[in-house]
Ligand binder design. Structure first.
Ligand code: SF4
Length: 389
């Protein structure tokens, strides 16, 4: 549903909100990727200026007084030349950041060099999230990644010596042709660089990507068990799972992503990004147009974004869908204060069935899916949806 420009003023109740900045540029396109990014860098500086302008306007318009976390994602943010990155960091440093705010930037190994690490170290960025995906050249080739294992190892050697901040590494498992020992070897190599956080994604074949055209989702080359065993290996190695695909050493969970899963407010700026703000009756979502020219052309507050109000059962479902991704599940008191009712009264049948099947656990404070339940999270969400309807 579209909301009028004037009605947006009612949204000025998001005084604490996180910031996501989308940098939609990559050096090449990976064959599994359906994120919005382009490899033509000719509009880079215009897009950055417009993104900075949109961020400043959102912060002012929505009355944001405190920013607890910042996440610069993409795309490949570090494909920006150093002077543009410097400009972005100075802008972010001028914002009302909470003291000790977690500020993450995503990077790919082929963009890592000493100058970049020095720039990051002298900026407000304190968390680096590196998209490694695999250390196997065969797996990287299947994924159509731009860099090889030698480049990834060289980047990590530099980071290990020169980066003092927090480090998260992204890995992908259940890639066609990848074996359990391949995935475990990736994890062991990643751990040897002492990251405090690892995201281990099971490869999903996104419609329309070159990889999805190449492999049937039921192909025997894709083994879901690889991810399951690899995830166990991560836990045995001391990285505690706290969300479907995220693992961390104690105290190093991503604060920014946790805010997404708790549906706390954030603004997203840059082409293709999304904002989720709190409205009087639910959520208000703003989706920026995933098109560089249209984003640049539009001079309105929202730069041509689509808007949507999420209220009633849709709001409840989204809250459950995001909250049950976390191993800690949903706190009953949080649900009660958000919706004015008990979670156990909203989906009683689903909760009782899943507890009886030993797939969900209820304590006095919270309700969560256990390891077996999280493996079939989609089925839980289908049950939840049909009970809500
Ligand atoms: S580097 Fe990341 S955003 Fe860019 S094409 Fe590859 S997966 Fe997509």
């Amino acid at each position: 549903m579209q909301k009028s420009y004037t009605a947006l003023k009612a949204l000025k109740n998001n005084s604490e909100a996180s910031l996501y900045i989308h940098i939609p540029f990559c050096n090449s396109k990976c064959s599994y990727c359906d994120f919005f990014s382009v490899t033509d860098h000719s509009l880079m500086s215009f897009i950055l200026d417009k993104t900075i302008e949109q961020t400043a306007r959102y912060i002012d318009y929505f009355g944001i007084r405190q920013i607890p976390t910042v996440y610069i994602g993409g795309g490949t943010p570090t494909s920006l030349p150093l002077p543009l990155l410097e400009k972005l960091f100075s802008f972010i440093a001028s914002l009302p950041l909470e003291e000790g705010a977690e500020c993450t930037i995503e990077a790919n190994p082929e963009t890592i060099n000493l100058e970049l690490i020095r720039l990051l170290s002298g900026s407000c960025m304190n968390r680096l999230s590196l998209g490694i995906q695999s250390f196997s050249d065969t797996t990287l080739g299947t994924l159509g990644r731009h860099c090889n294992s030698k480049t990834a190892l060289k980047a990590l050697d530099l980071v290990k010596v020169h980066w003092q901040g927090s480090l998260s590494l992204d890995l992908i498992s259940s890639v066609p042709g990848q074996t359990v020992s391949d995935s475990i070897s990736d994890i062991d190599t990643a751990i040897s660089f002492n990251p405090d956080h690892i995201s281990l994604y099971a490869l999903t074949m996104e419609d329309g990507t070159p990889l999805a055209r190449q492999y049937d989702p039921d192909s025997q080359a894709i083994d879901d068990n690889v991810w399951i065993i690899a995830a166990d290996h991560l836990e045995i190695s001391g990285y505690r799972r706290y969300e479907v695909s995220n693992f961390a050493l104690s105290g190093h969970q991503s604060k920014h992503n946790t805010r997404y899963w708790k549906l706390l407010p954030y603004i997203g700026t840059g082409p293709g990004s999304v904002s989720t703000l709190h409205d009087k009756s639910g959520l208000f979502r703003i989706a920026n147009v995933p098109d560089l020219d249209k984003y640049l052309e539009n001079t309105g507050l929202l730069c041509g974004a689509e808007t949507e109000e999420i209220t009633g059962k849709s709001y409840i479902f989204e809250y459950l869908m995001m909250g049950f991704r976390m191993t800690a599940g949903i706190r009953k008191s949080d649900f009660r204060s958000t919706f004015g009712m008990e979670i156990t009264e909203v989906i009683p049948e689903t909760l009782s069935e899943w507890k009886n099947k030993d797939l969900a656990v209820e304590t006095e404070e919270s309700i969560a899916l256990n390891k077996g339940g999280l493996l079939i999270l989609n089925q839980f969400l289908l049950d939840t949806l049909s009970e809500l309807e």
